[in-house]
Design a protein around this ligand. Structure first.
Ligand SMILES: NC(=O)c1ccc[n+]([C@@H]2O[C@H](COP(=O)([O-])OP(=O)(O)OC[C@H]3O[C@@H](n4cnc5c(N)ncnc54)[C@H](O)[C@@H]3O)[C@@H](O)[C@H]2O)c1
Ligand SMILES: O=c1ccn([C@@H]2O[C@H](COP(=O)(O)OP(=O)(O)O[C@H]3O[C@H](CO)[C@@H](O)[C@H](O)[C@H]3O)[C@@H](O)[C@H]2O)c(=O)[nH]1
Length: 447
């Protein structure tokens, strides 16, 4: 069975590599020529633990190929996965130009019966549209069948998730398609849920919206905890122990980011809007997240009034650990606000720095180690909970900073430890720890 993948972002490349790993011949196609050359040379264009090794192994064993020629990719394919981006448009809805252009390219190049499977996250009804586009533009008399097969992998654990997913969703109406895809995925040994195409498309948005709802819910509980002397960590543990609720996605913090939750929640709200359904709950989830993302900055403002000229360290730039992705990362909003205030900003991330550098150029100081960012800093912001950032002890902050004022957006440290170590430590949804009154501390305002 020949498999082709259109788009070599996280989803496309990981899917391609994992299917090659279980024995299929896979051709990955991308319109970005440089990216394709990089992959042909054996390098992964994205940071994802374990990916480069599997890429090299399967290329060497002649199961994994890369091309930027659509004809080479599509002509002999039995199954073509569409895995290109569906970014957010100005009004929040999903931009379908990339999936639609893949559909056209498929139509122009296929010469045999093919199943076209959409892995990209697309609004309900898109697969029907793609089928129409293919039918309209196809050059040969071949049968094109379509299926929706949404992807649930997380960045940073994408390979693990692909081999250990909770379920594979196959949305298709044609029994031949269902049977073929069930066979394709059989080596992964993951439960398959078969639905019609529209339900499969909806499952993806509903899953992301539900997880985002859990996060915004716990973040609101956190904000209340701060005001009433409760600890959100204990509360999350207390409610999460109820199996009906579960522990996952109850980590309070500075909101959700990344390439999926922000755009997919907005796209679902827009989808509802288009059918005149007011999705109140989801709109609130988005609003809560927008407020949450500026919380650390607001805490700093309450402490100091103005941040002009303050030396600040931003620890962690990626939207979460184990990825270099900065799409919709909380660090971006924080840096923008700090720049506006004319603070002096030193940033550190184990791997995402170059992407931030691309945006901010020489307006920030880029540090190779976190200690250099902390040296003589007035305030440290913990934005991404990388292991190595979590492991920095309070003693290091004390030793290096002018005065240890730590604003932790990911609740990386223990409150009692902060008290014992005599640092100022403000986190999310937990008791604030103030040490030594900096003259402008405005503790009353914080209550
Ligand atoms: N990133 C994730 O963790 C994740 C997880 C599940 C689902 N998704 C969804 O999967 C889709 C892809 O996301 P991503 O983050 O992997 O994408 P990405 O934005 O990282 O990469 C998309 C790739 O597609 C390529 N491309 C654009 N137009 C093309 C065309 N016509 N033909 C071939 N290649 C083309 C681009 O050059 C790019 O390399 C999105 O719909 C996203 O919502 C993403
Ligand atoms: O308890 C939590 C869990 C996550 N987050 C934040 O939520 C965002 C997303 O995290 P995560 O879900 O781990 O990362 P993604 O790689 O964006 O994966 C999500 O988005 C993908 C793209 O659709 C889906 O495939 C995955 O199933 C879904 O988890 C990040 O900013 C996290 O910091 C929290 O704030 N608290």
């Amino acid at each position: 069975m020949n498999i082709s993948i259109a788009g070599t972002g996280y989803v496309g490349l990981v899917t391609g590599v994992c299917l090659a790993e279980v024995g299929y011949k896979v051709t990955c196609f991308d319109i970005d020529e440089n990216k394709v050359q990089l992959m042909k040379d054996g390098f992964s264009p994205i940071y994802e633990p374990g990916l480069s090794e599997l890429m090299k192994k399967n290329s060497k064993q002649n199961r994994l190929f890369f091309t930027h020629e659509p004809q080479e990719a599509y002509k002999d394919a039995d199954i073509i996965f569409i895995a290109v981006g569906t970014p957010e448009q100005k009004d929040g809805s999903a931009n379908l130009q990339y999936v639609e252009s893949v559909a056209k390219a498929i139509a122009e190049n296929v010469v045999k019966d093919t199943i076209v499977v959409t892995k990209s996250t697309v609004p309900v009804g898109t697969n029907d549209k793609l089928k129409d586009i293919i039918e309209k533009h196809k050059k040969h008399d071949v049968k094109i069948r379509v299926a929706s097969n949404p992807e649930f992998l997380r960045e940073g654990t994408a390979i693990y998730d692909t081999f250990n997913g909770d379920r594979i969703v196959i949305g298709a109406e044609d029994p031949y398609v269902i049977e073929t895809l069930e066979k394709l995925y059989a080596p992964l040994n993951i439960p398959i849920i078969s639905t019609n195409i529209r339900s499969a498309e909806m499952i993806k948005y509903a899953a992301n919206a539900f997880l985002a709802t859990k996060i915004s819910f716990i973040n609101e509980i956190a904000n209340i905890c701060e005001k009433v002397g409760a600890d959100v960590g204990d509360v999350a543990n207390g409610i999460g122990s109820d199996q009906r609720i579960g522990h996952q996605f109850l980590r309070a913090g500075i909101g959700y980011g990344g390439s999926c939750f922000p755009k997919d929640t907005k796209a679902l709200a827009q989808l509802a809007n288009h059918i005149n359904y007011d999705f109140h709950l989801l709109k609130s989830v988005i609003e809560v997240n927008n407020d949450q993302r500026v919380l650390l900055y607001e805490k700093a403002k309450k402490l100091y009034g103005s941040l002009k000229g303050k030396k600040v360290a931003v620890l962690g730039l990626a939207f979460k650990p184990n990825t270099d992705d900065i799409r919709e990362a909380a660090s971006l909003l924080l840096i923008d606000a700090l720049k506006q205030e004319e603070a002096q900003i030193a940033v550190y991330d184990p791997i995402a720095t170059r992407h931030i550098q691309h945006i901010y150029g020489d307006t920030l100081n880029y540090m190779e180690v976190p200690e250099d960012a902390l040296a003589q800093a007035d305030i440290a912001f913990i934005v991404t909970e990388w292991e190595e950032i979590k492991e920095i002890p309070f003693s290091t902050y004390k030793q290096l900073m002018k005065e240890p004022v730590i604003l932790d957006g990911r609740n990386c440290h223990d409150i009692e430890e902060a008290k014992k170590e005599e640092v100022t430590y403000l986190s999310i949804g937990r008791e604030p720890v103030y040490y030594k009154a900096i003259e402008s501390y405005n503790v009353e305002n914080d209550s």
